[in-house]
Design a protein around this ligand. Structure first.
Ligand code: ADP
Ligand code: MG
Length: 686
């Protein structure tokens, strides 16, 4: 039997169970064995019944003397059994499990673990775990030891999951030390790691807490090792590729670009100049650029992208610019058109609702084509595209390259994000990319004053906003709470936003112009609302979090966020970044949807303006899987490794170096297999 066996082959398993496991991504025995517990119950204290004390968590073992179901007035039934051993009798109590009567009525041998309680002097236990044994001396699985508790899968108990995992442990893992290991022994030895067999056994069936720690070290190391190794391999492969469209920066081009920069309405910051140099440096190489440009919200990435596109144009080549939403594509179009108004550049906007390109062939008559991320999969003739710029997509590269190659091009790729990536993350998950960072803001920006607003100050807050708008002609955003924590806007979020909008319009700001924006609106409508807001036709824009990324309305100076506690810090920072985009003092008010939410995280946010500090804290407190909402990025699939554990990350990096120096993938076929399947998943996921 092998780890690659599909879970459909699990013996004595209902097909419904198999479907449910598959629904959480468990398809093979290997997947199952890597479904790790999230905590353990220590049931290792086994006691005679006579000696158990109320308040103790223990395991007892004996025969069922009697069992009966007691109906109650509510639709609940109680099952009560007497468990006897040589020393005494204990009452066991379950709720709503009438089938136990049949399982236990013939004096079954039972081992039960849980907390001992007393009711009117009778000692009893509501077993957290129990199992029926073949004989009084049989081995136990779910009781009498440290027992793993698994993250719940819809419709499956931790016990069922545990049983299936134990089956794989018994039938494969216990017998195959050699065949499952994939990291060379010397590397394990150097980093004081236990072997994989031991780690898997310990994580699921530990004898001691210390064993769990050792197992976590090993399994966490593996997660990092695989990712870093994989990134390095990609980087190596890319470095051997040739771009289909090398760019030159001749003296003439250099001068033209300088002139262009002088026509801009502002001076570039030193950081902008530096990253432009890095980008142009890459673009002149024969291999394709893979650069990741990070810069806090408002640091001025758009103009950097525009200059790269301009140089591409001066080389008679095209640039594709892709944004995550139509609104942003539209805005890039407006901004870049304005920046390049004194040039001959021809720019197309190509989205679901606005199509400048009518046929395959007209694509070639534009120098810059701006659209959403979907642009990459269209059928236009992109053979003349030399530069592809992707805004706000967290994990990019591998899949995009593959798609572009299908179109016969291997262009330079520049990905931009306003969400700073903690260093440990860029070293592991993005290490195939070269990093450029805009680490300073344009001059004259004031820090945004941020306040966590208690609910009794809500009315004052609204009055103050009205006053600001009337006195200074500024504009405000009001962001409605996230109803469901997912990337896509649900109908209930939209409904809540509509209600809030009506309420604000009628009751709170009756004298002001206010507009609504949400993700379920038609693109044309969204565009229209954004345009009107930008043109100051509305004083207030009520919105779901769709304005999160990139919208630029410099006259907006107030950002009110409802249900702020539901957002991640990185997300809040993005939202806050919608204001403070010009020299006026800007404000961010945080309202909470429930009074008793813990506001310490928000208070930290209020006094911290560095996106990097916020994303590092976010990583720490919410875990890598939750930084931006589940699916959006590549952090989520780390189960054990802790990206805030700098030491572990550096060790894994070292181990990868050691691997490259001394081994090859061809000589470690099992590792090769794992890397291959990791990379296939990576592509499938984005
Ligand atoms: P982001 O990096 O968040 O995409 P933008 O490119 O939208 O930021 O720029 C934010 C604002 O800053 C824009 O209004 C832009 O015109 C302005 N800006 C960009 N660079 C500079 C600069 N060097 N000096 C002053 N303002 C700038
Ligand atoms: Mg932007």
């Amino acid at each position: 039997m092998q780890l690659s066996t599909p879970i459909d082959r699990l013996p004595k398993t209902a097909s419904r169970t198999i479907q449910r496991l598959k629904a959480v991504g468990i398809h093979t025995y290997d997947d199952l064995i890597h479904y790790y517990p999230f905590r353990y119950n220590d049931f290792s204290v086994v006691s005679d019944i006579a000696h158990v004390q109320p308040g103790e968590t223990v395991t007892v073992r004996g025969r069922i003397d009697s069992i009966r179901t007691i109906p109650t007035r509510k639709r609940i039934t109680i099952q009560k059994a007497l468990l006897c051993d040589d020393s005494g009798t204990l009452e066991l109590v379950w709720y709503n499990q009438p089938y136990l009567i049949h399982l236990m009525e013939n004096h079954a041998c039972v081992s039960a673990s849980g907390l001992i309680e007393t009711f009117s002097k009778i000692k009893s236990m509501k077993p957290t775990e129990y199992e029926i044994l073949d004989s009084i001396n049989s081995d136990t699985k779910h009781t009498g030891k440290i027992v793993a508790v698994y993250p719940s899968v819809y419709g499956l108990s931790s016990k069922t999951i545990r049983e299936k995992i134990y089956y794989v442990l018994d039938s494969i893992i216990h017998n195959s030390r050699e065949s499952i290991e994939y990291i060379p022994e010397k590397i394990l030895h150097k980093h004081l790691l236990i072997d994989l067999q031991k780690a898997l056994i310990s994580i699921h069936t530990p004898q001691t807490p210390a064993e769990v720690e050792k197992a976590k070290q090993r399994l966490g190391f593996d997660e990092l090792f695989i990712r870093i190794l994989s990134s390095r391999l990609i980087k190596k492969r890319w470095s051997q590729e040739k771009t289909t469209s090398p760019i030159t920066v001749s003296t003439i081009i250099k001068n033209t670009v300088q002139t262009f920069i002088q026509t801009l309405p502002y001076h570039l910051t030193p950081a902008q100049n530096r990253v432009i140099k890095e980008i142009l440096g890459d673009m002149q190489k024969k291999k394709p650029m893979n650069r990741f440009l990070q810069g806090d919200v408002g640091s001025g990435k758009t103009v950097v992208a525009t200059i790269a596109a301009y140089v591409t144009y001066l080389n008679s080549k095209q640039t594709l610019i892709m944004a995550p939403t139509e609104i942003l594509a539209q805005q890039h179009f407006a901004t870049i058109s304005a920046l390049t108004k004194n040039t001959q550049l021809k720019i197309a906007l190509q989205t679901g609702s606005h199509k400048d390109i009518e046929s395959k062939s007209t694509a070639s008559s534009f120098d810059i084509i701006i659209g959403t991320h979907a642009l990459i999969s269209t059928k236009y003739d992109f053979r003349n595209v030399a530069l592809v710029i992707i805004d706000e997509q967290h994990r990019f590269g591998v899949k995009q390259r593959a798609l572009l190659k299908e179109k016969g091009i291997n262009p330079h790729l520049l990905s931009m994000t306003a969400t700073p990536i903690p260093r440990t993350v860029s070293l592991t998950l993005y290490s195939e990319l070269d990093l450029s960072v805009i680490d300073e803001m344009p001059k004259g920006r004031k820090t945004i004053k941020t306040y966590v607003t208690p609910s009794e100050k809500r009315a004052d807050g609204y009055r103050w906003i009205t006053q600001q708008i009337k006195d200074y002609g500024v504009q405000a955003y009001i962001i409605c709470p996230l109803i469901e924590l997912s990337d896509h806007e649900s109908m209930s979020s939209v409904k809540a936003a509509k209600n809030e909008f009506e309420h604000l319009r009628k009751n709170v700001f009756p004298t002001l112009n206010i507009a609504l924006l949400h993700g379920k609106m038609k693109s044309k409508e969204k565009e229209e609302v954004m345009k009107q807001f930008k043109n100051k036709m509305h004083n207030i824009l009520v919105s779901t979090s769709v304005v999160e990324v990139g919208v630029d309305v410099p006259n907006a100076t107030i950002m009110l966020i409802e249900g702020a506690e539901r957002y991640g810090l990185a997300q809040l920072h993005q939202l806050r970044g919608r204001v403070g985009r010009a020299e006026k003092q800007s404000y961010c008010l945080l309202f909470m949807s429930s009074k008793d939410s813990n506001s310490s995280r928000l208070r930290f946010f209020a006094k911290t303006n560095s996106g990097l500090a916020l994303s590092e804290l976010d990583l720490k407190i919410r875990g890598p899987g939750e930084m931006y909402g589940k699916q959006q990025h590549g952090y989520a699939d780390l189960k054990i490794a802790d990206l805030t554990n700098t030491k572990q990350v550096f060790e894994a990096r070292q181990a990868v170096d050691q691997f490259f120096d001394n081994y090859s993938l061809d000589a470690t076929p099992r590792l090769k297999q794992i890397i291959d399947s990791y990379q296939i998943n990576l592509i499938a996921k984005n």
